[in-house]
Design a protein around this ligand. Sequence first.
Ligand code: ADP
Ligand code: MG
Length: 257
Amino acid sequence: MSGTAAHPYTSQKENDMTMADLAPAGPDSAQPDPLYRASGVTRTYTQKGRIVKALTGVDLEILPGEFVTIQGPTGGGKSTLLQLLGALDTPTDGSLMLDGRELSSASPAELGRIRAQEIGFVFQGFNLIPTLTASENVDMALEPLGLGVAERRSRVAAALVHVGLEDRGDHRPAELSGGQQQRVAIARAIVKRPRVLLADEPTGNLDEGMRDGILDLLEELCAEGITMIVVTHDSAVARRATRRFRLTKGVVQDITR
Ligand code: ADP
Ligand code: MG
């Protein structure tokens, strides 16, 4: 039931009131519906006639507002899982629900709409377009949403303020530090006001000081209601998580202690 799910940028108090209004009081009424529910998710690739099992029967639930990290060895299936959660790819087998909608049988158009409106992506290499300014890079994420020029301009400005780069909008990526480039990438991910932010090694190219600043920002966005799902090798990142998963040979394990 999507009506009870937390909406980005609403306070926890408002969410609690909405839930209380809609859900009858009962033993389970404190538990929100999961944002993601994976049951038996399998993804196999065929390469040169050989079958590679990247994910084998993954079961997991992620609640709205969680800060989840996914750790594990190279080749364990982390990026594959992130692509499925981001509606960039679909499972070979099993069920993957986002807010009550089945992604594994959704049409390409529906998957595209979900990616454009509900999911923000952040990558290790920032993936900014070098010839565009910071503002123009952020604005690109609004392209598919059909907003007016004034709305776009004000959202871009607000997103840059949010990441502490209000005075860098005219800079091109090469004129920014690594930490600042990652902040632009995060602004580009949040400007659409997504439900969830998916990050693949977002601090992998940053030194410690810049890393901690980025982690503070991700924590702040999570507190504002954006669910965080972060693939990482870095235990400093995993320490910020409310729940930690480990993915080894396509099998997921909850390692939260
Ligand atoms: P991780 O991100 O944890 O390093 P991946 O999800 O990238 O792991 O990969 C999991 C497994 O699937 C690996 O064995 C990898 O070689 C394989 N794999 C990933 N993507 C493809 C692809 N497009 N084609 C064939 N095999 C792939
Ligand atoms: Mg990977």
